[in-house]
Write a protein that binds this ligand. Structure first.
Ligand SMILES: Nc1ncnc2c1ncn2[C@@H]1O[C@H](COP(=O)(O)OP(=O)(O)O)[C@@H](O)[C@H]1O
Ligand SMILES: [Mg+2]
Length: 452
């Protein structure tokens, strides 16, 4: 285990390395010293950034020039001074362009994520290998961070990571040393998600659809996430948020004819129309939707879904996989599923399992270990989300170990109660005002009123 100083040393090392690279390099070289193709790339990124600022000034009527790097997004934005004396610094993630650290801010210890250029990452290293020009390559990577920051200043949605502030070290080249301060999330783990309940997985998909609807109708126009992968997302308080925005396109692809508008994926191609104003119609929205389908919906939606919802989910999968639905239709379809799920429509009405249970008022359950079940909300035992006591009774009857259950006051994000299923009657304690439902067969064998 590294000591408490280790994470801070990591930050310091990253910062020192950045400083050393900037200082040891030729500084910001005059454009003539840059290899022509690197210069071209830099110009391209600079234009991209200016276009972004110009587009938002038209949309918002607020910006006439690109934001200076030090500009704060809001009055309460954090800055370099807030990073003095940070503690608990540790690595949370890294990609090919950026390095992300967690840190606690003084005095309250609020945790944030700090994003900066990953000097040893694939992007910078490949560029240095190709052009042999570290300073130019650092600048190129910094443009990506600046673009992401510019987008985060303008796009606001619960599905987009919140920019809390930025730190720009003016003692260095303005474009070389930038840190963005973001709300802290936890990187998305698909394997872990596959082991959670359908309700939780449906929530991730619904969060994503709401984000795609916003991106299709954003103040900057329809935006495509060009590098769309689960690792570009994090969870903050259970909400899915995109964090990597350096590869976002706010422009629809230009075209002269329909042939210019092929949207290609490894498994499928789509042939879109070229509009009279020379843009591939809806290409950004469609790209996002197909990526959502192939990276999220196919894995998260159908698996262990309530039986009665499966045909509707299959329709959604087919419609998004064939790009027959846009963001709007997809959102409507998801909202319909949510409504049906919350209303308990999926339950098989003809079963009456609850008759097999005796309801005992005024019991609660000891917090002890009991039998486990697949997709449980608790590591200690079997806790599942249910629509009502009837559904819980059906579940208990299908578990050979289950002898009683309690509908707890805990609620899932849809407002459904969590039920605790247990095998041991001695775990029931009298008190409180919850109801314990005990299997008649179990109650007849043992005392109905275990010791309190
Ligand atoms: N706000 C955040 N909170 C927690 N982890 C984050 C946050 N932002 C990014 N990460 C993690 O850091 C990784 C790298 O960040 P990202 O912006 O994707 O960099 P890159 O552009 O290099 O891919 C992400 O894959 C994610 O796991
Ligand atoms: Mg990334």
């Amino acid at each position: 285990m590294p000591g408490p100083g280790a994470p801070f040393a990591l930050l310091a090392a990253a910062v020192l390395l950045a400083v050393a690279l900037v200082l040891s390099g030729p500084g910001r070289p005059p454009p003539t010293q840059l290899p022509p193709s690197l210069l071209q790339e830099l110009e391209q990124r600079r234009r991209d950034l200016s276009r972004l600022a110009a587009a938002s000034s038209v949309q918002e009527g607020a910006f006439s020039t690109p934001d200076p790097p030090g500009r704060a997004a809001a009055a309460d934005a954090l800055g370099c001074a807030d990073l003095n004396g940070i503690t608990g610094v540790g690595l949370v993630g890294s990609g090919i362009t950026k390095l992300v650290l967690r840190a606690s801010l003084p005095p309250g210890g609020e945790e944030v994520a700090l994003k900066s250029v990953h000097w040893a990452g694939g992007d910078v290293s490949r560029c240095v290998q190709r052009y042999g020009h570290p300073a130019g390559c650092h600048q190129l990577a910094t443009y990506k961070l600046l673009k992401e920051m510019a987008l985060l200043q303008r796009l606001h949605h619960p599905g987009i990571i919140k920019l809390r502030g930025q730190c720009y070290d003016s003692s260095l080249d303005p474009e070389m040393k930038v840190t963005t301060i973001l709300e802290l999330g936890t990187p998305l783990e698909m394997i872990q998600l596959l082991q959670t309940s359908w309700e939780e997985r449906f929530k991730i998909c619904l969060d994503l659809v709401q984000l795609l609807y916003y991106l299709a109708n954003s103040p900057l126009g329809s935006c495509a996430l060009l590098d769309f992968q689960p690792r570009q997302f994090v969870l903050v308080d259970g909400i899915l948020k995109v964090t990597d925005l350096d590869d976002v396109s706010t422009e629809e692809l230009s075209c002269r004819r329909d042939d210019d508008c092929t949207l290609e994926f490894p498994t499928r191609s789509f042939f879109l129309k070229c509009t009279t104003d020379g843009k591939c119609e809806g290409i950004n929205e469609k790209r996002n939707l197909f990526n959502a389908y192939r990276y999220f919906f196919t894995y998260l939606l159908p698996h262990t879904a309530p039986f009665a919802l499966q045909p509707i989910l299959k329709d959604i999968l087919n419609a998004t996989g064939d790009l027959r639905y846009g963001a709007n239709e997809t959102l409507i379809a998801f909202q319909k599923v949510l409504h049906l799920y919350k209303s308990g429509f999926y339950l098989q009405k003809k079963r009456f399992h609850l008759k097999e249970y005796i309801a005992l008022k005024g019991f609660y359950s000891a917090d002890t270990e009991d039998y486990k079940c697949w997709l449980s909300y608790s590591n200690l035992g079997c806790v599942l989300s249910v629509h009502n006591a009837e559904e819980a009774a059906a579940i208990c009857s299908s578990h050979p170990q289950c002898r009683h259950f309690i509908i707890t006051p805990r609620r899932t994000w849809t407002g459904r109660p969590l039920a605790l299923f247990q095998s041991n009657l001695t775990d029931l304690i009298s008190g409180g005002n919850m109801v314990a439902y005990v299997k008649r067969s179990a109650a007849s064998k043992e005392s109905l009123y275990p010791e309190a």
